[in-house]
Design a protein around this ligand. Sequence first.
Ligand code: M6R
Length: 366
Amino acid sequence: TKGEYEHFMLKEIFEQPNTIANTIFSHLSDNDDRIYFEGLEELKKQLSKARRIIIVACGTSWHSGLIGEYLIEELARVPVEVEYASEFRYRNPIVREDDIVLAISQSGETADTLAALRYSKEQGATTFAVCNVYGSSMARECDFTAYTYAGVEIGVASTKAFTAQVAVLTMLAIAMGVENNILDDNRAVALITELRHIPELVEKTLQTDKAIEKIAKEFLDVNSFLYLGRGINFPIALEGALKLKEISYIHAEGYPAAEMKHGPIAMIDESLPTLIVGTNEAFYEKIVSNAQEVKARKGTIVAVVNEGDTELAAMADYVLTVPKVDELLQPILVAIPLHLFSYHIAVMKGCNVDQPRNLAKSVTVE
Ligand code: M6R
């Protein structure tokens, strides 16, 4: 049931301190910061031999795959390719026996992802699923499965399953990094220690909900929205834009911030607002200069910033704040205000957020 919440989507967003904690602590030992997955030891052997990892997924799960690419390449230095399952399966892709094909899916039943997986299996690759539904087709058919413990997700818009996927991919990347002697123990322990605190920080981020609702109110009449992010937060820009489209029917496009000047900048004026994810430390000045480019064209800016940010916050018209964490752990926190922002816009526009038009929770047809 929806309990005290008006919609499943909102309930599921607010469940995240628990769903993320369940996911993290199901894969982490209490006392020694060791990461566990069923079959992880065997998988690690495969991973150490693997030439590359191919991630296949659709929609929001594809976005978590892109975040997984950043994490795995950064922490474990294994090459990763992220593929739309639908494109992958129909283009006669090259899959070898020393590839690991990782399918990410909330339902474990998405037709294209399942077909991509079956094809990869036929080619002799090791298959691995990150999914949320116990005993789903993908979980049954893969050589290895790491579950996300997000619980049943009813809202068509995926929220808590997404953050649980990102949590699992973070842990997988850390485990691989340690196994491959790329990640030193101190950095691994520091990341795991911070990860343990993520559920509390999600709780804290959720407390900004009323402020987000107020900002959302300013954007009910826009026709289009640009979302920009860099590095590990680029996929979050894609995710924010997808959520806005699917539940509020406002056109939105996610872009790597630096790509703006290769096309989208031509669109910017008073009528096209831009949401900028500005939490990265590494390219902060570059993000600020992207924001200046938007301002110079009279564009309205909604910025997602770390607590304590001054520069970008001062330039932005509206500010969404998240607690400051290691850059690699930011996507989970940044997803929260972005999901809430779309939710409130959609509700205020009178849209059916739990059952958006034309969409099914699980796309089992092609
Ligand atoms: O069950 P899956 O994770 O395989 O589903 C993939 C997509 O259909 C799904 O993420 C879709 O994009 C959501 N409606 C997005 O909120």
